[in-house]
Ligand binder design. Sequence first.
Ligand code: HEM
Length: 754
Amino acid sequence: MSESNPLKRAAEKVADTLSGDGAGPQDGIPGKPGPESPPVAEPTRPRDPLPPKPDQSGPDTVSPTGQPTGADQARFAQSGSYLTNAQGTRLPDTDHSLKAGPRGPVLLQDHHLREKVMHFDHERIPERVVHARGAAAHGVFQSYGTAASVTKAAFLAEEEETPVFVRFSTVLGSRGSSDTVRDTRGFATKFYTSEGVFDLVGNNMPVFFIQDAIKFPDIIHAGKPHPDREIPQAQSAHDTFWDFVTLHTEATHHTLWNMSDRGIPRSYRTMEGFGVHTFRLVAADGGTTLVKFHWKPKLGVHSLVWEEAQIINGVDPDFHRRDLADAIEAGAYPQWELGIQTFPDTPDQTFEGIDLLDPTNLVPEELAPVRPVGLLTLNRNPSNFFAETEQVAFHVGHLVPGIDITDDPLLAGRLFSYLDTQITRLGGPNFPQLPINRPHAPVNDMLRDGLHQTAVHRGVAPYRPNSLDGGCPFTAGADTGAYIESPVRVPEATKVREAPESFADHFSQPRRFWLSMSPVEREHIIGAYTFELSKCYEQAIRERALQVLANIDPALCAEVAAGLGLPAPEPTVPLADVAPSPALSQVGQSWPTDGRVIGIVAGPDGDLDGVRAVRDAVLEGGMVPLVIGPVGGTLGSLTVQRTYANARSVEFDALLLAGTPAVGSDAYGARDAKGLPAAADRAPTDPRVSLLVSEAFRHGKALGAWAGGEAVLDASGVPVDAPGVVVTTSGTAALEQLARLLGEHRAWERFAAA
Ligand code: HEM
C-alpha cells in the first residue's frame, strides 16, 4: 500500500479500528456512517458508547478559562452502557409512557416522559441571521514565518503551529437550504493562538455589497425571501434583491462577482477566501503596515456550471457539506495558503489610487502580489454538528497583538454586530465558554455569572483595583503581551453622516473584473444576469439593471438586454480605462485532483477486471471511485456504490464506461422517469446511463470508454472525438489520458464562446 496515497492511508486507518477482516467491501470509499458496520440484528449485549470515526474529533479539551485539561474527549461525550435520565439514574424503558393500565391515561407523575419531551421541545436555537447554512472542520495552521517582519503576532512566527476551526457557509439561505445556490460563501477561520483567539471572518469574494455597516440590514432584507410569501429561498433571482442593488450601485462590484462562476463553487475545497477589509499589521518595533488577507486553495479555484448547480440543489442539497466531510474522511485533506498583500500605512490609506478603506474595492495581485505566510490543513471532521459547527461564534473583534483594525466603516459595524447577535443566538453572554469557542490561552476576564456559566471562579474580588485577591488580575504591558491599539492619528473632523468622495466610483472596479474574465467566464456572467433578471417580475427593475450593466460594459449590457428582450441603454458614466487583472480569472491553469469523484459505469457483462483495475488506479491517484451498476449489491466481487436509478451525473467529476450496459429491468417511466424514452427497449444501453453521459458531456466533464463503451457515447449523442472524450483499450489507459483534463477542471473547448 502506497505511503504517499492519502485515500489508501485513510482506508487503512479505518481498517485498523475495525475488528475482523478489514475495511470491508467499500474499502476506501468515504461516507461510512459509524466506526463499525452494524449487524443485521439489533444488538442486545450492553457495551460502552462507540468512539467517533477515525476522521472525526471534537474540540481540544481546554477548560472554560483556557487551561489544557489533557482529558480524553470521550469524557465530554455520553458515557456508560445503560440508558439513564439526565441525572444519571438508569432507566428500564423509554418506549412507553407510564400509564394507568395499558389502555389507561398517561400519568402526570411520569418524570422520564416529562424530561425527555421537555428537552426535545428546546433542542432548536435561532439560526444565524445570515450565513445560517454551513459546514466546518478542524485543522492546523503552520506558519512559514514570512510575515514576521511585518507583524508580531505569535502565530505568524516561523514554524508556529496553531489549531484552527473553519466554517464555510452560504449567506442568504436558511439552515436547511441547499448548498449550491448562487450566493457568496463565508470562509471563517478561528485560530486558537497562544495569545488568545484570532478570527479571520471572510468570504470567498474580496469585495462587499456595501461600504457602510448601516446598510447591512438593507442588503440582507433585500436578498432574503420576500417577507409576505417567504420565497424564494436562498436565491438572489428575485425583485427585492435586484431592486436594492440597482438603486444602491455601490453593490455593483460584489453583484458581478456573484453572477460570475465564483457564485457557484464546485466545492468549499476549491474556493479562495478573503478577509475583504484592509487590516493593520503591527511589527515588534511598532511599525505598521496595511494588509489584505487571502486564502489560496491548493486545489485551485473551480466552479460548477449553472445547470449542474441547479440539478444538485435537488439531487444532493448537501453537496458541499458532503464533499468536505468525504474528502477529509478519505484523507484528501484540503489545504489553503494564507497570503498577504501589504501596503504602506500612509495617512491617506490608498494604494495606487485605490481607497483601501472602501470594501467594494480589491487591489489587483499584479499591483500588490500575494505573499504566502502559512499553510492551513483541514484534517478532522467535527464529531457533533450542533456542538461545534452550530455553536461556533466568530467575531471580527477577536484580534491578537500584531493585528489591528482600520477605519473601514463596514468593519466598524461588524465589530459591534457579531457579539450582539450571538447573545440571542447562543442564549446569553457566556458563549465564549462553549467548548468550540474556548481560547487556548489563560482567561482571567473578571466577567461573571450570567446564563450557562460553566466556569467555577474563585476569590471575592472580580474588580480592579483590588487587594483582597492579591491584586489579581494584573494588566499587561507591551512587554508582557498586551493587545495595545495602534496609536493611529485620527484626523480632525466634523461629525457628519456621509461617505468620502473616493467611495463614489462604483463602476471602474467592476469593469476591471469584467475585462479580466476569459471568454467562457464572460458567457457565464451574461447567462447569470439574464437568468436572474428574467426571474424578476417588474420590468422597471430589469431596465434599471441594464443601466448598471451599460456602465460596466456595453457588450455585457447588450447581450443581457437581448436575452431579456429589451433595448440596451447607453452608459451614463464614462467607461473607466482600467487594465485587466489576469489573476482574477479561474480558467487556464492545472491543479491537483485529490478527492475528485470518478464514476465507473458497468453492467454484469462489462469488463469487470478492468473496472477493478481502474478503481484501484483512481484510489491510488488520491481520488474517489464510485462503481455505478444496474442494481445495488455487487458486480462480480465489486461493491456497487450507485445504481442507474439513483446516480446523477452531477455527483461525478468524470465518468468511465466499462462496456455497454444493457437496459435495466427497472428502466421504465412508472418506476423511474429517467428510464422513460419510448425507444428504451431498443436502445443499445440503459437510458439512465445515456442521461448520465449526455449531462456530463454538457457540463464539460471528462469521459472515457473502453470494451464497447463507445456505443454508449454514441447513444448519448457524444462525438468520440470531442475534447475531453477518450476511447481506449482499458480503463487505466482512459484514466491516464483524462488526468490532465481533470486537473484543468473541465473541457473548456466544449464551451465555445459566441
Ligand atoms: C466584509 C463584509 C463581511 C463579511 C466578509 C462577513 C462574513 C461573515 C461570515 C463568514 C459569517 C459566518 C460566520 C460563521 O460561519 O459562523 C458571518 C456571519 C454574520 N455576519 Fe457577517 N460579514 C460581513 C459583513 C457583515 C456586516 C456589515 C454585518 C453587520 C453589520 C454582519 C453581520 C453578521 C452576522 C450578524 C452574522 C451571524 C453571526 C452569528 O450568528 O454567529 N456581517 N459574516
